[in-house]
Ligand binder design. Sequence first.
Ligand code: GLY
Length: 399
Amino acid sequence: MRGTAIPAATLTSPDVLVLGGGLIGLVTAWRAAGRGLTVTVVDPEPGGGAAQVAAGMLAAVTELHYGEETLLELNLASAARYPDFVAELEDATGLDTGYRACGTLTVALDADDRAQLRELHALQQRCGLETQWLTGRECRRLEPMLAPSVRGGARVDGDHQIDPRRLATALLRACERAGVVFRRSRALRLLVSRDRAAGAALEDGAQLHAGQTVLALGSRSSTLEGLPPDAAPPVRPVKGQVLRLRMPHARHGAFLSRTVRAVVRGCPLYLVPREDGELVLGATSEELGWDTTVTAGGVYELLRDAHELVPGITELPLAETRAGLRPGSPDNAPLLGPGTLPGLHLATGHYRHGVLLTPVTGEVLAEALTSGELPGLAEPFTPRRFAASPAQELQEQPA
Ligand code: GLY
């Protein structure tokens, strides 16, 4: 009986072993291969995971939070890279990533929501960001499907969107074209030899050795066996339930022309209209461990708030419901580059901004893998900032 051919690069040790083939693992692999490194990615289903759930907002400005001004710099840097990144990726693969430079409108429904949004607007202005306050009437002039009760909002023309599913498909193809090898199995255990990361043991029984290993397992990054306690990233899963609806074909732009974010009686909500007629509606934010159940309550709350905001939404076909896990870190910012264990790099903890931070993460990790140094803009995101708070205290193992 003939066995499945194993590519030669898996028989030798690659320069880089990337554990996790989500957007972050894929972009790291692609960019590292572009620097001349041999790369293997370990994932049972590359391109799966959070990329299949995320809405794909590139929301550096509208998803700004108090105390996250340092992260804002990285988010803006990544947003600025998006047009060239997409052009290069589409050129390399011939695939459309669904990037839309459509801007975002953030709106408020009642007086309290308006006050909250005013505060955010003031913060955005203090940070020197481009954002324009609008009355409710001006909001509805831009997006006529909004409810008459909308009290006001902010127009942010620089926050765009991409389709994360298309992005994942394109990155996968780009990796394949760049010679990245895929090992469709699960990474079970980090191999450590002489106090240095040396590769990983896989569910299929193989042991892959590599000069450098990248931990890019998203919310599961801290669950890899064999991680020394002070090298395990303090990353936890934060569940998000997301719905996908279909807008009427002839009227895509007429339904909503740009991303609409909202605060509806204190609850955040977003609607992301794609050119192909998909309308993504999200998202819950739940700290429930590894649970990815779509619940009646989650769907109800999203639809209830969306209906208050855009009453016509109840006419649309509901195409899909899904839940994913954001990799949350203690300061809501990613962990990038070398940690405390030599030979191990981290690319995880991207929380709400995994899609936005994809281009800059690939660039930063490729630089760290080739030079051993983090570029200046990524220095605040070194995993070493958490060296004193091992992940084990923060979460339990998945079932
Ligand atoms: N950035 C969108 C979310 O985390 O739901």
